[in-house]
Design a protein around this ligand. Structure first.
Ligand SMILES: [Zn+2]
Length: 284
């Protein structure tokens, strides 16, 4: 109780003296001074939580792609819709069996996620949008379950989904180092794309691409900066809409609805991909 009163008085003080120049411009949590964080909590207590990992992404893309992607698009969304963006994480219990993939225990991952929710709640945040740029099926299911169980016992709305949960309108359901992720990097960080390596990817055979750690359509033929810009714009627009809903009176329902929709489209898309692989293997 003392903490809450203390936080409350800090918040009022911060709002009184805050001149309002940084709340929409500076959005990275770790770069903010206490007064700036207090003002965010007072004005719009929303936190963005980008997750990624270190994982092989073909020879043409950086191993930290998932975190770089999730962080950069959260920063863009926060500039448009408010809130503070936490630093990205680079760890996960799951990843592809290729060189430079790091994996950690599911327990430490779970403790980190729950601990971050608890800290955000303690300091007054009331809505969290967790974006996982790395989306093995187990990770997506675990994050949604952790968000749901936190919401059941705390007054904070938590939405935890992969970035493509906001991009179904253009049939983006995630890929790996293929058309979409390469487009993201071309739009966000072209300096990190190995164009020479990309030019070497001329196979159209899914198995050849698969063996090179590329899961999806050939990025050499289908990735573009324009496609990246389009998907990022859609993400930002839909995320900002969700941010406002999460802070409204039915915020938890908005998060639960998003989880249901994302789970059903993600897992049915995944099931279809598995069916495709089985058919190809069987030569059907
Ligand atoms: Zn990825």
């Amino acid at each position: 109780m003392r903490d809450r009163e203390q936080n409350g008085s800090y918040i009022r003080k911060a709002t009184d003296c805050f001149t309002g120049v940084t709340s929409m411009n500076k959005v990275q949590f770790e770069q903010m001074r206490p007064g700036e964080l207090e003002a965010i909590v007072a004005e719009k207590p929303l936190a963005w939580m980008p997750l990624g990992t270190l994982e092989w992404h073909g020879r043409h893309l950086p191993v930290g792609l998932d975190a770089i992607k999730a962080h950069d698009i959260c920063v863009r969304a926060a500039r448009a819709g408010g809130g503070a963006v936490l630093p990205p994480t680079y760890f996960s219990p799951w990843g592809m069996s290729f060189p430079w993939t790091f994996k950690y225990s599911a327990l430490s991952f779970t403790q980190y996620i729950n601990g971050t929710f608890r800290n955000l709640h303690k300091y007054g945040f009331r809505a969290v949008i967790l974006i996982t740029g790395h989306y093995p099926e187990m990770q997506v299911a675990l994050l949604m379950a952790l968000a749901e169980s936190f919401m059941a016992t705390h007054n904070m709305s938590v939405a935890a989904v992969p970035e493509f949960a906001f991009c179904g309108d253009i049939d983006y359901f995630g890929d790996h180092a293929a058309k979409w992720e390469t487009s993201f990097m071309k739009a966000l960080r072209p300096d990190l794309v190995g164009e020479d390596n990309l030019a070497d990817l001329h196979d159209d055979n899914w198995l050849d691409l698969f063996r090179k750690g590329v899961r999806g359509e050939n990025p050499a033929k289908h990735a573009s900066t324009e496609l990246g810009d389009e998907v990022i714009e859609l993400f930002v627009r839909n995320c900002v809409e969700l941010a406002d809903a999460l802070l409204g009176p039915d915020g938890k329902d908005a998060a639960r609805r998003l989880h249901r929709e994302a789970a059903s489209s993600f897992f049915s898309h995944y099931a279809n991909k598995v069916k495709d692989v089985i058919k190809r293997n069987a030569g059907l």
